[in-house]
Each structure stands twice: as structure tokens, then as C-alpha cells.
Design a protein around this ligand. Structure first.
Ligand code: GN1
Ligand code: MG
Length: 359
């Protein structure tokens, strides 16, 4: 590990290197400085089986962070180094290092004095809504063809359903016998869930630059509990704003955990839903009536999509997400499906909240 970090243009002598237990895809480490108070680093091993074009991925992140930094300078923001991620190049000027064994690595400056949450209060959700709304606003003028789709069709539910149906057909891990009922639940909603893709083809729903992984824990808060930086920029790409709105609700406006083993814990948290919506709409002033009218649908869509993705991975024999135990992907699928059912039950209320927050 020491050999890897030394390939990058870091300023300080390296101290302790600690693995972090975050994310389902990449492996992350904090690299401390040996000198007290010196800059520390966030080292990641990029999962190149999932991000197949690492060069394009890193280029995207550089474009996005440069753009955000320029916007922050323009608006006279303070503490810019805390507000936007900064990639550290290698000694030969590249944005990643490929180790001898084929693994790909990257390094960011670690933003100190910040924390993240897996569960938040309505007060913080309001601030998070403003921050994600502002993030979309700041990225709105990056020309779409400057960014690659780091994972093609990432939040395209038609594509995700195609992959899912292939998994069901192959039944590679022999896990369908006990789980067929959930395949049926997914299929019975498929037509409804593909609505945004149809609206897009009809020219009624635009694509904008999205984060595409607005999990609540991808936002860093400072010591005063103000959102300071949005992290995990791997999937920033054009998509529907419904995705970013929905993914935040999937992870934050849930009374249980993403993989809660006790399904009774799971349900929509309407206070968080309301607070986030209010914050988001304050900043996302660019939304069209069709986007607004479908935000609540976005919450259902992202729970549905995540059910499809976790369950598809379970059927395939766990080839995509990191798991902590044998049936983890099944547990996650059940938890996400339970959230979807609760969102379906409260759909009219969620729609009304969006409508009231817009007034
Ligand atoms: C993955 O690795 P992480 O936690 O940032 C996934 C997201 C899923 C999420 C589910 C590249 O994100 O799309 O929503 O797990 N990222 C990728 O928690 O597939
Ligand atoms: Mg991510």
C-alpha cells in the first residue's frame, strides 16, 4: 500500500493507512500524514470490473471538480478546498495509477473535520436538499458530451430490467425456486416504472447532469453540521433529476436501513421526505412541470430499481455488490421492496407534499 501511495504527488511523509468500511463497490483507505496536522489523503482502489473505462472515469471527475471549483470561486465562497474534492495526480501526471497486479488506484485530499450520516433529522434533510439542488444547478452548464457515461445506461430502468430478465433466464446460482414471487412483483410494475424513459423519447422529460448516487452518506457535513461537500463523483452523468431526488429519499426517507433485517422497521419517513423536498425545491428552480409532477414517482422508481439491481445480483450469485454474508443481497432486496410498498401506500401524500412545497 505504501508503494502505491508513493506513486502520487503527495506532500507529506506517510503515516498510518486505515481501511474504511464504506461503499459497496470500491475499496477505500485513509492515509494519515506522519507530521501532526499535515494533509491526509483518501486512497481508493477502483473496481475496474464495474468502471471499465478508468481513464474516462477519472477524466469525468476532473472535469466536474474543476467546474465546481470555478463556480465556487466565481461566487466568492470561502473554504473552497473543503467544498470540492481534489484529485492528486501521480508523479507522471496521470489521474490514476495502475499497479503491477492490474489494480487501479486514485488519491484525493482527505477533507478533515467533516462527518457523514446514514440516518438524519428533518433539519439536516432540509439542508441536504438545498445542497443537492445547488449541486445540480452548478453542474447544469457542463455540455453533456464532455462527460462519458462511466457505467452505460446506469439509471436506465429499461436496461436494468433487461439485465434482470437475463439473470432470471440463466438462474446461474439456482436461487429462483424460493424467490420467484419477487420476480412476479417486479414484472407487475415494469410497465409503470419505464414511464420516464418513454417520456424522454417523446421529448417530454429532459436529461440534466446528475450525481446518480445521492445516498445520504455521500454528503459531508462540517463541524457546524452544515453540508460542505458532495463526494463519490464516480457516476456524475446526464440523467433524470428524478433519479437524484429518488435516491436520496430511498436512503434517507426510510425509517429502516437499506438492508434492514427487520422489515417492520422499514417505511417512508414523511418528515424527512417533506424537509428534503422543501430544501431541494428552494434551489432547483429550473425544473419543468413534468419533472416536478414526477418527483414523488422518482422516489418509488429508485427503490424499485435498487430492488431489481440487488435481486438481479442475488440471482447471478453475487457478482456485483460486496456482501457481508451469504444472503445479503436477498436481505437487501426484501428491504428495498418493503420500502417501495410503503412508498406506494403513501404515494398520494408524497405527491401532495411536492405540490405544497412548490407553492
Ligand atoms: C453502490 O458503492 P456505493 O455504495 O457508492 C452503487 C449504487 C447503488 C448503491 C446501493 C457504481 O454505491 O448505484 O445505489 O450501491 N454504485 C454503483 O447502496 O453501482
Ligand atoms: Mg457510489
Amino acid at each position: 500500500m505504501l508503494n502505491i501511495i508513493q506513486q502520487f504527488t503527495i506532500k507529506n511523509e506517510v503515516g498510518e493507512i486505515r481501511p474504511l468500511k464504506i461503499g459497496h463497490i470500491n475499496d477505500s483507505f485513509i492515509v494519515e500524514s506522519k507530521n501532526p496536522g499535515g494533509e491526509s489523503y483518501f486512497l481508493q482502489k477502483i473496481n475496474h470490473h464495474i468502471f471499465k473505462n478508468v481513464e474516462g472515469l477519472q477524466q469525468n471527475i476532473q472535469i466536474v471538480t474543476d467546474h465546481l471549483r470555478a463556480k465556487l470561486i466565481e461566487t466568492g465562497a470561502s473554504d473552497i478546498d473543503k467544498r470540492v474534492l481534489q484529485l492528486i495526480p501521480t508523479k507522471d501526471g496521470k489521474l490514476f495509477y495502475q499497479g503491477a497486479e492490474g489494480a487501479f488506484w486514485r488519491v484525493y485530499v482527505n477533507i478533515e473535520g467533516t462527518h457523514s450520516y446514514d440516518a438524519i433529522t428533518p433539519e439536516l434533510a432540509y439542508k441536504a436538499g438545498e445542497a443537492f439542488g445547488n449541486f445540480q444547478y452548478m453542474l447544469a452548464d457542463i455540455p453533456h458530451d464532455e462527460l462519458i457515461e462511466t457505467i452505460p445506461n446506469f439509471h436506465n430502468i429499461e436496461f436494468r430490467l433487461e439485465q434482470f430478465r437475463d439473470a432470471v433466464k440463466a438462474n446461474a446460482a439456482g436461487r429462483l425456486e424460493m424467490t420467484q414471487w419477487l420476480v412476479d412483483e417486479i414484472e407487475s410494475r415494469a410497465e409503470e416504472m419505464c414511464m420516464p424513459e418513454r417520456l424522454f423519447r417523446e421529448g417530454k422529460l429532459p436529461k440534466r447532469i446528475n450525481h446518480c448516487d445521492t445516498k445520504v452518506n455521500n454528503m459531508l457535513f462540517d463541524v457546524n453540521n452544515e453540508p460542505i461537500c458532495i463526494v463519490d463523483l464516480d457516476t456524475v452523468m446526464p440523467g433524470f433529476v428524478l433519479s437524484d431526488f429518488g435516491d436520496f429519499m430511498r436512503t434517507a426517507a426510510n425509517t429502516g436501513a437499506e438492508d434492514d433485517v427487520n422489515l417492520d422497521n422499514i417505511g417512508v419517513n414523511l418528515d424527512i421526505f417533506e424537509a428534503y423536498t422543501r430544501g431541494y425545491l428552494k434551489k432547483a428552480t429550473f425544473l419543468t412541470p413534468v419533472e416536478l409532477g414526477n418527483l414523488a414517482f422518482g422516489a418509488k422508481l429508485l427503490s424499485y430499481m435498487q430492488t431489481v439491481r440487488f435481486f438481479g445480483d442475488y440471482i447471478n450469485g453475487d457478482t456485483y455488490y460486496k456482501i457481508e454474508h451469504q444472503h445479503h443481497n436477498w436481505q437487501r432486496s426484501l428491504a428495498q421492496f418493503k420500502l417501495l410498498q410503503s412508498q406506494e401506500e403513501h404515494f398520494e401524500t408524497m405527491q401532495q407534499i411536492v405540490f405544497d412545497c412548490k407553492k
